[in-house]
Every structure is written in C-alpha cells, then in structure tokens.
Design a protein around this ligand. Structure first.
Ligand SMILES: Cc1ncc(COP(=O)(O)O)c(C=O)c1O
Length: 421
C-alpha cells in the first residue's frame, strides 16, 4: 500500500468531505515557500499552510533552536512551575504589543486562545459581583472550531448543526461610515449586559477575506471603552506582519483589552496559543477566594519546544529584512490589483498588507460552496501552486520569504485562470 492508500484507511482529514474529496497529496519535504511531494513535484505554498508559515518551511534557524530546546527540556507542567522560554517569550511579546497589554496566558492554538479570552471576560465581570453574559461579535466572523469560539463566530454552515448549543451572541455588521452611529446606539442600549466585543481587526479571514477600515473599528472600540465594554482583538491570523504592520492593532489608535495569537506566533512550526490582557483584567482574578481563579489550562500549556519555536520566530520577525519582505509583497500585490482590478470576471479585488483577495463573479451570491472552488483549486495544483479558494474568493497569503519570481508566476497563473473559468 502506498502512503495515500494507508492514509485513506485510517485518517479523517479536517474540513474535508471524505467521500468526494480528491486523495491527499503526500508531502515529504518543505523548503522556503515550496513543498515537495513524494514524486518530487514542487508546490508553492501560497496560503502559508493554513496561514501559519511566515519565514518558509523547515527554516534552519527555527529548526536549530527547536532542536537545542529538545535536548534541554521538552516539557514541564506549567502550574506551579515555569521555564526560561515561556518567560522570555512573554517579555518579548509584551514589549512589541500595545503598551496596555501586561500579562500572557498560554494555550495550544487559535481556538483555545479565543476560549481563554472569552472566559477571562465573562469571569472578569463575575468576579466583581456584576455578571454579564452577552457578547458582541461581527457577522461573518471566524474565531475557531471549539464551542466558545464557534459561538462568537458568525452563524454559517460551519456552525448550523450546533446552533442550538451555542450561547447567545449579539451580531453586528462590519462598522462603516453609514452604520457606525447605529451600532454605537445598539451597544449603549445593551451595555450593562455586554461582557465584551470580539473582532478580527481589519480582516475577516475565513469569512471570505473581508476587509474593513481601521477608523470605524477605532470609533467602535472607543465607544466600547466609554461604555465599559471589554474588547478582544483576535490577531490569530492578522498578527506577525500579515496586515503590513507587526500587528493589525498597530493600525488603530485604540488598544484592545485582550489580544489572541497563534498561527504565525511560532513561524508556523509548532502549535501554540497566546492570550494577553491588561493589568486590570488580571487584577480582577486576584483574591483570597480560590473560586475567583481562572480555572483553565491545557496539558501542553507553554510547551518549551513551542516557546523555543516562537522565540526563534521572534528573532527572525524582528529582523529588518522581514519587514522589507512584507513591504515588497504588499507593493507587488498592489500592482497586480491595479492590473486585474477591472477584469470582467472579478466582482472585487481587495488587499490588506500581504493578503490579496479576488472575488470571482459567478452570477450568484458569494458562497463558500461555490462550484468554482474545486475547479480553481485543482487548476492551481496542476500548476504547482497551493491556492485554496474560500468558495469564489481566491486569495494569496504567502510566506514572507516568497520570491518575486514565485509571486509573478502565481499572478500569471491567476490571469490564465481568469481566461479559463
Ligand atoms: C481569526 C482566527 N481566529 C481563530 C482561528 C482558530 O485558530 P486554530 O485553527 O489554530 O484553532 C483562526 C483559524 O483560522 C482564525 O483565522
């Protein structure tokens, strides 16, 4: 039996209809922006392997740091114990985040970082004897697949089956100049029930690479602050350079109370989640009463290998070359957007930082289930490019080390696809 046959016998893949999906491609090696399958065929990873990879695959520096850590300490329980990597990472992370962030809580992935953030907010109010249970979130949001994260995500095919089990959330449209005042009134009318407002700053990824302006988010955050409603910025996707600045919140004047990170946090090498918060939130859990403790933790909380990987990522991320690469990609995307922006097959081309999205005109509604998706996916695979459209929304979200030649090749193939589909 070959690897694919063995896989199909024992494995259930994520977000995959196993009856109809094409067999998985066995990848044996990764280098820079390229993945190689067992036949030696190369694929440019234009989606950074589900948006996690920043500096390229099997980066020698991250590999070295992880290997060194493996020989020192692979894991230790994080309740009652600590270790150098976790402390250094927290120190270095807080040094580059908005300056109101003062404590770091570790978990395993993006969804768990969100769960922690939601629990922090709900218990923040509870611990002060004034419980609040409502959460404000954006339509089309995606915050993860665990139950709390699903509850604050927009209602969609991903959540429908579980709808009756999801807690109540007040959903609002993306803020813009026309609706900002009515959203503010809505917040004011329920402010005493609202524990927090959670949002993906500037960019809703899974929702279809939907983009919105910093200024209206800023206004809404300022209003929440004025009305004493906590704010959670989900930077799981936007963090670590994706939007052209280190963090999407760096485009804002306001600072969120809580921030969530994963994906690029370790350069895409290890699974790690981080939730950071203000001193005020942390202080609300300090008490002689043990019941005011945040009862949350995972076996692999602050895993030393994951922290070593995140520290190595931080070294690379803070090198000037990385920001140069981010700007280079941003400029190239902008030029490409100008070139194809008026193509009759495209409803819209939009860009935030290193992400460019092209919404195909299908004659129907924008949909995750558009038939176009599989055609485009297979077409680009046949050209040695991994692009995984969200329905009829095709997007490029590359590792920052992608070369100009690789980008140009992707652009050329997208133009070719526009002639075919
Ligand atoms: C904005 C955002 N939040 C949270 C998550 C969940 O992260 P994870 O897949 O690591 O659970 C994702 C994943 O795509 C995301 O894009």
């Amino acid at each position: 039996m070959n690897l694919v046959e063995r896989d199909l016998k024992v494995i259930w893949h994520p977000y995959t209809q196993m009856q109809t999906a094409a067999p998985p491609i066995p990848i044996v090696k990764g280098e820079g922006s390229v993945l190689f399958d067992e036949n030696g065929d190369a694929y440019i990873d234009a989606v950074s392997s589900w948006w996690v990879n920043i500096h390229g695959h099997s980066h020698p520096y991250i590999a070295q740091k992880v290997a060194e850590q493996l020989l020192k300490l692979e894991h230790v329980i994080f309740a009652g114990f600590t270790h150098e990597g976790a402390v250094e990472l927290a120190e270095r992370l807080l040094a580059i985040l908005p300056n109101n962030q003062s404590k770091v809580f570790y978990s395993d992935n993006g969804s768990t970082a969100i769960e922690v953030a939601i629990k922090m907010c709900l218990q923040y109010w509870h611990n002060q004897g004034a419980p609040r249970t409502k959460i404000l979130a954006l339509k089309n949001a995606y915050h993860g697949d665990t139950f709390g994260a699903m509850a604050v995500s927009g209602r969609s095919a991903f959540t429908n089956v579980f709808e009756s089990l999801l807690f109540e959330v007040e959903f609002i449209d993306l803020p813009n100049k026309d609706n900002i005042e009515s959203i503010k009134s809505q917040v004011s009318s329920i402010k005493t029930e609202l524990a927090c407002f959670i949002f993906e700053p500037l960019l809703q990824g899974s929702g279809g690479m939907l983009m919105y302006e910093a200024q209206y988010l800023d206004q809404l955050m300022a209003h929440c602050r004025g009305e004493n409603v906590l704010t959670i910025a989900d930077e799981v996707l936007t963090g670590f350079g994706r939007t052209g600045k280190r963090f999407a919140c760096d485009h804002l004047q306001q600072q969120p109370d809580i921030m969530c990170f994963s994906k690029g946090l370790t350069g895409g090498t290890m699974a790690l989640g981080v939730t950071t918060c203000t001193q005020a939130i942390y202080d609300a859990f300090l008490s002689d009463d043990k019941l005011k403790t945040l009862f949350h933790g995972h076996s692999f909380t602050a895993n030393p290998i994951a922290c070593a990987s995140a520290l190595a990522n931080m070294d690379l991320f803070l090198m000037p070359e990385t920001m140069d690469n981010i700007q280079r990609i941003e400029e190239r995307h902008s030029r490409f957007a100008l070139k194809i922006g008026h193509h009759p097959k495209l409803k819209e081309v939009r860009q935030t930082g290193t992400i460019i999205a092209m919404e195909w005109e299908t004659g129907g509604q924008t949909s995750y289930f558009s038939n176009l998706r599989d055609k485009l996916y297979q077409y680009f695979l046949s050209k040695g490019i991994i692009l995984r459209p969200l329905g009829n929304v095709l997007y490029i979200l590359p590792p920052y080390c992608i070369s100009n030649e690789q980008l140009d090749y992707i652009y050329t193939e997208i133009e070719a696809a526009l002639e075919i589909f």
